[in-house]
Design a protein around this ligand. Sequence first.
Ligand SMILES: [Zn+2]
Length: 370
Amino acid sequence: MLENFLRDLEELVNLDCGTHNTAGVTRAAQIMKRHFEAMGWTAELVDLGESVGRGLFATNKPGAQRYDVLMNAHLDTVFADGTASAQPFRREGNLVTGPGCSDCKAGVLAILYALQGADPADLDRLAIAVCMDPDEETGSKYSAEWMRSVAARTKTGLVFEAARASGALVRSRKGAYQLRVTLKGVAAHSGNNPKAGRSAILEAAHMIAEISALSDFDGTGVTVNVGTISGGSAINVVAADCAFGVDIRGWTDADMQATLEKITARAAHPCIDGVTICVEVLGATPAMPRTEASASLVEKINRAAELSGVSIDWVDAGGASDANHMAPSGITVADGLGPIGNHAHSDRECLMVDSIEPRVRMASRLLSLL
Ligand SMILES: [Zn+2]
């Protein structure tokens, strides 16, 4: 099995699949369609608009109204065109390197191989949907709605992002809001007439200090990060403009919403008279919270690991994935079911070869428990 897996992985890694490369991502979807059809499954490319490559949908129960399991991994990578030929698939001892080898090409194939290795009785009993999306790395803007609509008709979601370098899987993920805050002040000569000015930069400085203090690292876990800022026109001008970007993270949507409301309320009360502040929400990724149902799924995965002789652990992650987009649909979801990877999004990205078989076996075994 391992040699076949690595051969199939080499084909996918040696294909430029940056999200922007719609032809490359569609090619990856076509390759996976071929694999699923060879297994006797129904598979189709999914048109999600001209801005992204095709997604892939596969199922063992065509026409099903509801599914027992939704398996997901993404087809795209963060890498520029040319990376596949500059740093092609390479196997050296226990490591495979190459663009997207663990994020998420190994996860894509782990789904296929887990299904190939599953007990036929489980495949007969369970209605399984596979959704492979083309744009996870840019926030699944074009695929989230599609995945949500399948998730809304499914009981259990299994997301095959790579397991952490420690081998840990992911039982919850923070959500994220992205904001742009725009401040307008009054320009004035900083030498001749400074008092006539209303500095948008000074107001921003006060506001940034105040909203950054909303981070509650040890309590709710909410964090507020101002990651970008721009403003002013010249060093001798009281700044009429300033804008900054804010990233709010939280374990629940309610926590993030409450933080957003505090920031909006602060914006309504500038400390410098004559400055106005506008807060825009650019994007909102829902949280994938820990729930009673997710705790029971974690127990089933622990059991599958035990039965497969794999030792696993769990983390709560600050970063989002497609699991976040599915979670609000009421599906119970776990993430990190792929083989173990490290250094994602860098030229050192790698995959631990000795984790492939055990993790695939564990996923096959898990189906029996669902
Ligand atoms: Zn990634």
